[in-house]
Ligand binder design. Structure first.
Ligand code: ADP
Ligand code: 5GP
Length: 193
């Protein structure tokens, strides 16, 4: 039998697009050296300032499909029509081998899949906007999407908000400093556990 690969913890942040996961996760990664980011693969094009291998592994549709066939993904989803996103086994193992805790920034279905695979070793935190209207306004103000992409994200975000109760914790991101302090507390407790 092959030896079990090293197995560590998983800290999952999930939310509708625009709720503030990326802002919170970046803050935690700067603050806690024990954490490392699971760099997802995606078929969407990079936004200005995004780096391949840092923000995402940017893949063609063909290369993404090849990796699906090869069983390279822990989970993957077609998050928006024609836009695939997935968590690579290689990322998770790289981070565990380094003795660190994996942090995810991932939509609700993928978060549920990972939580189901590692129920004992994971904590799934749902980042909630104070209201729907604030969420939609943040997405608009971020100015990263064209009108069509914004429309699709707003539509999906409305559905995703209904999943908040499926996760271990809900973190309301209204006042940012308060939300960051709460995220720090949740992280410290999880790392110490
Ligand atoms: P997500 O990763 O969930 O899509 P982001 O972290 O990109 O969300 O946040 C969406 C936008 O809202 C960004 O422009 C970010 O700077 C802004 N934002 C995040 N948290 C807050 C907050 N508490 N108050 C106001 N704006 C926020
Ligand atoms: P964005 O295009 O804004 O970077 O991400 C769109 C959505 O895809 C976000 O909700 C983000 O959290 C999610 N996402 C990013 N990586 C993954 C992944 O590996 N798997 C899944 N299922 N969703 C992901």
């Amino acid at each position: 039998m092959l030896p079990e690969p090293p197995h560590g913890k998983l800290l999952i942040f999930t939310a509708p697009s625009g709720a503030g996961k990326t802002t919170i996760v970046r803050h935690l990664l700067k603050k806690y050296g024990e954490l490392a980011f699971s760099v997802s693969a995606t078929t969407r094009p990079p936004r200005p300032g995004e780096e391949d291998g840092v923000d995402y592994h940017f893949l063609s549709r063909k290369e993404f499909a090849r990796r699906v066939e090869a069983g390279a993904f822990v989970e993957y989803e077609e998050v928006y029509p024609g836009r695939f996103y997935g968590t690579l086994h290689s990322e998770v193992h790289r981070i565990w081998e380094a003795g660190r805790t994996v942090v995810f920034d991932i939509e609700v279905k993928g978060a549920t899949t990972i939580k189901r695979q590692y129920p004992e070793d994971s904590l799934a935190v749902f980042v909630s906007p104070p209201t729907r209207e604030v969420l939609f306004q943040r997405l608009r103000d971020r100015s990263t999407e064209d009108e069509e992409s914004l429309r699709v994200r707003i539509e999906r975000a409305g559905v995703e908000l209904g999943y908040a109760d499926s996760f271990d914790r809900i973190l309301v991101n209204d006042d940012l400093p308060t939300a960051l302090a709460e995220a720090e507390l949740v992280t410290r407790e999880f790392l110490a556990d």
